[in-house]
Design a protein around this ligand. Structure first.
Ligand code: AVJ
Length: 358
């Protein structure tokens, strides 16, 4: 009774209509501006995905292991809250390492599971997906390579409830309006019984946040600079990586870490595939990523603006990271039934309210 893994794995790529969806388009647009910027989704080629995996293991980088601990502690509650006969999808699945906790909890409750991981890095996605089908014989996979927004209409339909994951604090890459827009679009694709589990990094003392993005080993710096290395590799760029410096300050005003690459000198860089040069003055930044940190109320407000209800939420003992189970706001549940404040801390004794209703 061997089931060929290939029989349980489908890989699709969803095309993007936007001209800035290609690296060349995004670089031409982003470096051509007065305030230079590059979209963070281009971090994740194969080298970048590997560097990100290394970031997740850094002592300073707390979000991954904190979220993983919360998932482990509450896996059975989390999957129970999603209903029975569930199909799983995930935006920004990466290695799907944390997802295994959810997959295993679901496979304890149901005979088979259909999982649709969505990731921008198709090569990395395929590799992780292959690993998963080999590991779990009752798992069927549709791996979707593409951008979040393009992938929404391709989320597999399902007769029963769907559990959609958006973990890792990936929502932090979106500013408030983008987060409301994205969650709203996912919500409008959801049936009333579908659930969206979102992980978000919580505000905490600035030094803790700043260390997580300025690690001593320099892995985050290498991850940031991989953008330039990638432009060199793929577009014949002539960036000298030593002429740029990794900066990742916490910007209070926006409650976010801003990742930047700052030019160490006046320089002109040619990018062959674009047939163009770009001038950088000493101290000039390229803005490469935003990583928003949420307050509990701030997250709740974003969910609410996206017309989603927080059904349950979980955090760790130090309230470092939050997980919220969202449902499409139902007309019937709106005023009549007020859900109990549902918050469980991963502590032994304390049950705290992360998101109190009211
Ligand atoms: C993948 C967006 C959650 O913001 O913490 C890590 C990316 N950037 N270190 C984050 C990241 C620099 C990460 N997310």
């Amino acid at each position: 009774m061997t089931s060929r893994p290939a029989g349980r794995l489908r890989v699709i790529r969803v095309p993007s209509a936007s001209p800035t969806s290609t690296l060349a388009g995004a670089v031409a647009d982003g470096l051509g501006r007065r305030d230079k910027r590059l979209p963070c989704r281009f971090f994740y080629d194969e080298a970048g995905s590997r560097l990100f995996e290394a970031i997740c293991k850094l002592p300073e980088y707390y979000p991954t292991r904190t979220e993983e601990a919360i998932l482990r502690q509450h896996a059975s509650d989390i999957v129970a809250a999603a209903g029975s006969g569930v199909a799983l999808s995930e935006f920004g699945s990466g290695s799907s390492r944390k997802t295994r906790i959810i997959i295993e909890a679901l496979l304890e409750r149901q005979e088979r599971l259909v999982y649709a991981p969505i990731d921008i890095s198709l090569e990395f996605l395929e590799k992780s997906a292959r690993g998963l089908v080999n590991r779990y014989r009752r798992l069927w996979l549709t791996a979707i390579g593409g951008e979040y927004n393009d992938a929404i209409p391709h989320l597999p339909k399902h007769a029963g409830p769907r559990l959609i994951l958006f973990l890792g604090g990936n929502i932090g890459n979106l500013d408030r309006d983008e987060a409301v827009g994205f969650l709203g679009r996912v919500g409008r694709d959801m049936a009333p019984s579908d659930r969206l589990l979102v992980g978000f990094d919580l505000l905490k003392p600035v030094d803790v946040i700043v260390s997580a993005y300025n690690d001593a080993a320099g892995v985050t710096a290498a991850f940031n600079k991989n953008l330039l290395a990638r432009i060199n590799r793929e577009l014949g760029g002539k960036f000298d990586l030593d002429s740029f410096e990794h900066h990742a300050p916490f910007v209070e005003e926006f409650s976010r870490v801003e990742m930047r690459l700052v030019s160490r000198r006046d320089q002109i860089v040619r990018i062959a595939a674009l047939g163009r040069t770009f001038a950088f003055s000493k101290g000039e930044p390229i803005h490469t990523e935003n990583c928003h940190k949420y307050s509990v109320d701030g997250f709740k407000a974003v969910a609410s603006a996206a017309e989603l209800d927080v059904r349950e939420s979980w955090t760790d003992e130090r309230r470092s990271f939050g997980l919220a189970m969202l449902a499409r706001r139902g007309r019937d549940t709106c005023r009549l039934k007020r859900p109990r404040p549902t918050f469980k801390a991963t502590g032994r004794t304390n049950r705290r309210t992360l998101i109190a209703d009211g």
